[in-house]
Design a protein around this ligand. Structure first.
Ligand code: MRU
Length: 348
């Protein structure tokens, strides 16, 4: 089941806030609804956010009353601004909205109805390509993982974080499909618990052997020799290979480095932002204090306590053993290998 799709002239998606207890679909009829679904994390994960925003652009085109090309493109530019502002860190969001706008700008037709059809066709193509790209990354990454490996995974990077299959979890699915006998340590991933709520749910459905662990258990497991590789996704990869990913990624990368354990980041070339030179240039989202002061609705901190809640951190490239893309496995120096992967993707 995909995480997001188009049906009955609306954007439909799995409401991930309700998992693992309820599997329900949300139907979004306006661009404001789509932006809110991204901001409020009905849908999350960089590629899933990108696909949702692409469908949001198709929705904007459908809802626009424009009767000529210029007015339609102006309405889409406005929609792009609304959608891009929903979350700042995942570059896939602006990448996807830019792609829809660029397709319409380059279209050989000026007929608004044709352009509306083209916007939806491009969003559908982007969503379909996401799944195909994930399978290629899965195969590329699985080649790095030895038989019987114990893998430590952070956040959720699976079917729910993409249109389907996943990035880092895609590699895990590929290893499992190949009968490699892997086992996964699933970081719970405070504060939003994407690991406990979403990754554990996905892996159990796929019958991948796993244990859920508290975030602060990973150091001890590494010291005991019970982690063979660390694997995670990315919300943005800077041109130099620095990786923005879910808060806590930096901690486990440092721990792994200290213990001589390989660290793999799995991300499509759409997550590589060659316009962002280093991790220091990536905007880091700060989210509501309630994410930290409450767990499952229960208050766990004093009323009105000051809270700092960054949603992502930066892992410097020197702590990353390889970045797995659909265009192959990139190694340091990342400035060269990432640029080459992006160039190969642009050719296809
Ligand atoms: O805040 P989230 O849940 O959107 O954060 C998601 C992550 O950090 C993922 O690791 C990242 O988007 C890669 S998902 C394929």
């Amino acid at each position: 089941m995909p995480s997001v799709w188009w049906k009955d002239n609306a954007v439909q998606l799995i409401d991930q806030r309700l998992l693992p207890t309820r599997l329900e679909t949300a139907t979004l009829h306006t661009v404001a609804d789509v932006a809110a679904s991204i901001r409020d994390m009905y849908v999350r994960g960089a590629p899933a956010i990108g696909a949702t925003a692409a469908y949001g652009m198709a929705l904007a085109a459908r809802l626009s009353p424009a009767t000529d090309r210029k007015d339609l493109l102006d309405d889409l530019k406005e929609a792009k601004q609304v959608l891009d502002a929903a979350r700042p860190t995942a570059v896939n969001l602006a990448w996807a909205t830019s792609r829809i706008l660029a397709t319409l700008r380059a279209a050989p037709t000026s007929d608004p109805e044709d352009l509306r059809g083209l916007a939806l066709a491009e969003a559908e193509a982007l969503a379909a390509a996401d799944v195909e790209i994930n399978r290629r990354m899965g195969a590329n990454g699985a080649a790095l993982i030895p038989e019987g490996a114990n893998l430590l995974h952070h956040c959720n990077t699976g079917s729910l974080a993409t249109v389907d299959y996943g990035t880092a979890l895609g590699v895990i699915y590929a290893c499992h499909e190949q009968g490699k006998g892997i086992h996964v340590w699933v970081d719970e991933t405070r504060p939003r618990l994407q690991g406990a709520r979403l990754t554990a749910w996905e892996l159990m459905r796929a019958e991948v052997p796993m244990h859920l662990i508290a975030d602060n258990a990973s150091g001890s497991l590494m010291r005991q020799g019970r982690v063979d590789a660390v694997i995670f996704g990315a919300d943005r990869v800077a041109a130099n290979g620095d990786v923005a990913n879910k808060i806590g990624t930096y901690n486990i990368a440092l721990l792994a480095h200290t213990h001589g354990i390989p660290v793999y980041c799995v991300a499509p070339t759409s997550t590589v932002d060659l316009n962002t030179p280093t991790g220091d240039d990536i905007p880091i989202e700060e989210r509501d204090a309630a994410e930290v002061t409450r767990v499952g609705g229960t208050v766990v901190a004093p009323e009105a306590v000051p809270v700092y809640n960054p949603a992502f951190d930066i892992t410097p490239a020197r702590y990353i053993s390889a970045i797995v893309t659909e265009e192959g496995v990139c190694h340091a120096p990342y400035g060269l290998s990432l640029a080459a992967a992006v160039a190969r993707a642009a050719e296809t």
